[in-house]
Ligand binder design. Structure first.
Ligand SMILES: [Fe+2]
Ligand SMILES: [Fe+2]
Length: 284
């Protein structure tokens, strides 16, 4: 087993987050599970769980349910699972991530189409901005998997009807980085990792994880932020009623230039006003 590959990846992850691992009651915040390197000769890759101890149990269960992978060596120790995965799993890796996204959405009634809707709004915004078709497709895909890092977060936190405790919030804020780690094994996803990683950055620099501002945030990510927020506001949550499209736009306009890029806000505003939205949103 090539443990070093997993640890290299782990070290990278720490570097990119810009922080040392933080210890919370859930354990170390940067515990991650990583599919590492395709062994081309044998058509296999390896799945590692690095530094497992204290990992949020439900989060991992989500992932295992989807991939059908089971723990082989119990829960203790640095490497929980080491072994070959089916080649078809890696070949269909994007499909696997889409399934993960759908599974996270199913945690809660309001969010059951969250990733699909976010992907759709992102696609429409990108088209309206006149981006080329390949970029439109990339941004749409990023929208569909933007929250996959939440697979590591217990359902009890994702669906909590009350406000989160500080340590729970710290964990939730890891999801853009964790999502980007899950995307790394796929060469095809390389170009959209920055979009997923930055989908909670705010235009005025007040977001996370890096506190990027303005054009430091990739355009794809600025689109995702608006698509994600519009979707969330109109879906509602256990603690908040769903807003109408009109009220959601009012909210986006109120936060334009602060949380959101004004150009993207005016683009989605035009889309909603144009009225054809109902035709394609009706599908969902
Ligand atoms: Fe998110
Ligand atoms: Fe989201």
């Amino acid at each position: 087993m090539k443990h070093t590959e997993a640890f290299d990846e782990f070290a990278n992850h720490r570097g990119e987050s810009g922080n040392q691992p933080q210890t919370t009651r859930f354990g170390t915040s940067q515990n991650i599970m990583i599919p590492v390197k395709l062994d081309k000769e044998n058509n296999v890759t390896h799945m590692f769980v690095v530094n497992y101890e204290g990992f949020p149990e439900n989060g991992l269960e989500n992932f295992f349910d989807i991939t059908g992978i089971r723990f082989r060596e119990g829960l203790a120790g640095m490497t929980v699972y080491q072994g070959p995965l089916e080649y078809s799993l890696l070949k269909g890796y994007i499909g696997t991530l889409l399934k993960i996204a759908r599974s996270i959405d199913q945690c809660e009634q309001h969010t059951r189409f969250h990733s699909t809707r976010t992907g759709l709004w992102a696609l429409k915004i990108a088209q309206s901005l006149g981006l080329d078709s390949q970029e439109v497709e990339s941004i749409s895909l990023a929208g569909k998997i933007h929250d996959i890092g939440k697979v590591f977060i217990p359902k009890s936190i994702l669906t909590k009807p009350a406000s989160l405790k500080a340590e729970e919030w710290d964990l939730v804020k890891q999801h853009p980085i964790l999502g980007s780690v899950l995307m790394k094994p796929s060469q095809e996803l390389k170009s959209i990792i920055p979009y997923v990683k930055a989908h909670h950055e705010n235009f005025d620099g007040s977001g996370y994880p890096a506190g990027l501002a303005g054009e430091e945030i990739p355009l794809g990510a600025r689109i995702l932020t608006v698509a994600d927020a519009f979707t969330t506001i109109t879906e509602g949550r256990v603690y908040k009623k769903a807003a109408t499209f009109r009220n959601a736009i009012t909210e986006l306009v109120r936060c334009s230039g602060k949380q959101f890029d004004p150009l993207i806000v005016s683009t989605i505003e035009k889309l909603v006003i144009s009225g054809d939205v109902r035709d394609w949103m009706g599908r969902w």
